[in-house]
Ligand binder design. Sequence first.
Ligand code: GH3
Ligand code: MG
Ligand code: MG
Ligand code: MG
Length: 289
Amino acid sequence: MHIVVVDPSRVVLKVISGLLTPRGHSVDAFTDSREALGFVTDNASVTALITSLEVRPIGGLELCWSARLLADAHRPLYIITMSSARNARNLAEALDSGSDDFIDKPPGAEELYARLRAAERLTGMQRQLIRLAETDALTGLLNRRAFLQRVTEATDRVGAHGRLGMILVDIDHFKSINDQHGHDVGDAAIRGVSQELAEEAGGIAGRLGGEEFALALPGRSLADAEATAGRLRLRCTQLRFKGSRGPVQLTASFGVSEWSEGETVVGLLKRADIALYEAKTGGRNRVVS
Ligand code: GH3
Ligand code: MG
Ligand code: MG
Ligand code: MG
């Protein structure tokens, strides 16, 4: 696991790191709890936080609470509180502040290892659940809910003067692919198009529904997104799928929009959808923005 350890004493930090590192854990140790919180915030690879109650400038309980909030939104984080004063009140306060476990300081090696094995079991399971909840089973892309959430976070990140391009994609006459070649070929076509979207570097790709996809491009303008959609359109026409009566081809239509400050992601998608509708009524196999 990637573990952050926080304690005012360098000696304690050294002892704990000395126990964890030989077991294959990667450890970052901090005497300053604010620096530790910053590090946990910035590094999604951190899966466990071991902190003393007696840390500063942010106290141990507040550190637990802040780390818990951050973890709830995004990722599994197992929090273990340590204290040299192990009593019922400290324990209850630590658990109520979002800690998952409470151990003596300094912890005994065997106990620490066992607690971390439990932590690995739990965070592994959480990771798996998060992945299942966020991914579309057929394509491996983000599902609609996760896509909306991810893009909302991206618009928060790019800020007032940042840009974000949105491309909505819908396979043309997909119903007839299913009807003529069967559902399996239809599924292969959906996977093929989704793979093209997934390969777009820096993009956030999602499957919004049956044969409808979206690709958000943080940091990119409308013109950039149009160019990307143009390339994707061409690549879709070059895809080939094995049908019972020879290779199957497809085309797709594209609607493009650019996020403007204060707009919701639903609003942004709505504008891309209007463009997509124009692409459909204008003859399909085209990009409209
Ligand atoms: P248009 O060019 O206007 O987009 O027409 P279309 O036929 O592509 O659109 P329509 O919305 O009429 O048909 C979508 C079809 O997609 C209907 C549905 O049965 C099929 N579909 C939805 N999900 C899946 C899936 O997971 N696999 C397969 N094979 N088909 C699916
Ligand atoms: Mg349709
Ligand atoms: Mg369609
Ligand atoms: Mg559709």
